[in-house]
Design a protein. Structure first.
Length: 335
């Protein structure tokens, strides 16, 4: 067991991972226009390993300027085509549909539920802020709410020292409310903890990380110091997962245990050592965990899915990515 509340080091490799994720979401890093690492078929682009089992995971994968959507798992297929070469972030699944953050200006595209026999139709969201100023910076990340009706996005500028705002957008109308975070963003996506609660990973000037929770619609904030890199949660926020700083272990457990300073369960991975993760993603009930693993150069080396069983966490499936400037964004598990 590992506690995310242990004393934090002043310098962490997770900072580099967060900067890489933010650079990709805002402006990209790596060779734009480089060849795609494979065709749209997951089996030809990525090598699967692990036990059989239903996975059903939407990912955005490829190289900067040449990203594609894939639906990974048994019987998978039918993921929508990316509407343009400059997609940066994705969130959603077959049932809720998807939201894409596209381009350096961070504009958003949305599509409804999709299937192989029903191709998706994308529409651009025109964001309208009522009763307040527009976001100060482009939208870097966009996370679909559990019911699919709203989008939580982070507006931030890496050159401003992490100045950040949370932008909550009605998916159908584009009506938006902007909240000041009052902390520097950690360069990671917001996480829905419930229909009216959003978590934002933040970091202070001494490189100490925390989770700020904003209650909607009023924007009341509370912050808990958490020794964390990437962070994720189940639909109701009761189960959370994170990569700890220092030992870089992946741990999963109840949010109340984090609040109480108790240790969380360590996820056994099938990789040597404890490499950095770019992103974590729990399914709705906190029983499956997807991890986008980084190599030493900051490229995504593999996407792995772990499942909770009676004997702890085990690997369900792993897809190895070809070497060289790859990026992967975990969009969502099928319900």
């Amino acid at each position: 067991m590992t506690s995310p509340n242990d004393p934090q080091p002043l310098v962490s490799a997770h900072r580099r991972a967060a900067v890489l994720a933010l650079a990709f979401a805002l402006g990209g890093c790596g060779p734009a226009g480089a060849p795609s690492p494979g065709s749209a078929e997951p089996s030809s682009a990525m090598s699967p390993h692990g036990a059989a089992g239903t996975v059903g995971l939407v990912v955005l994968v490829g190289r900067v300027g040449d990203m594609r959507l894939e639906h990974l798992g048994d019987g998978a297929g039918g993921a929508p085509n990316v509407p343009g070469p400059d997609a940066r972030w994705v969130s959603g699944d077959r049932v809720r549909g998807l939201v894409l953050a596209v381009g350096v200006d961070g504009h958003l595209l949305s599509t409804g539920p999709f299937a192989a026999e029903a191709p998706a139709e994308w529409r651009r969201l025109e964001i309208r802020v009522s009763g307040g100023a527009a976001p100060r910076h482009p939208l870097a990340f966009a996370t679909l709410s559990p019911d699919g009706r709203r989008i939580a996005a982070i507006a931030m500028d890496v050159d401003s020292g992490g100045d950040a705002q949370l932008v909550v957008i009605a998916r159908d109308t584009g009506d938006a409310v902007v909240y000041d975070v009052h902390a520097s963003s950690d360069g990671r996506p917001p996480v829905w903890l419930a229909d009216d609660l959003v978590a934002i990973p933040v970091r202070d000037a001494a490189d100490r990380t925390a989770i700020t929770r904003l209650h909607l619609p009023g924007g009341e904030a509370s912050t808990l110091a958490v020794r964390s890199g990437p962070f994720t949660a189940s639909v109701d926020g009761s189960i959370v997962g994170l990569q700890t700083r220092g030992d870089q272990r992946i741990v999963v457990g109840p949010w109340v245990d984090i609040e109480a300073g108790r240790s969380l369960e360590v996820v056994r991975t099938d990789l040597d050592g404890n490499p950095l993760a770019a992103q974590l993603l729990l399914d709705a009930h906190g029983d499956r965990l997807a991890v986008a693993w980084l190599d030493d150069a900051g490229d995504t080396r593999a996407i792995a899915v772990y499942g909770r069983g009676p004997d702890g966490w085990t690997t369900l499936r792993r897809w190895d990515l070809p070497a060289g400037a790859n990026r992967a964004v975990l969009g969502g598990f099928d319900p």
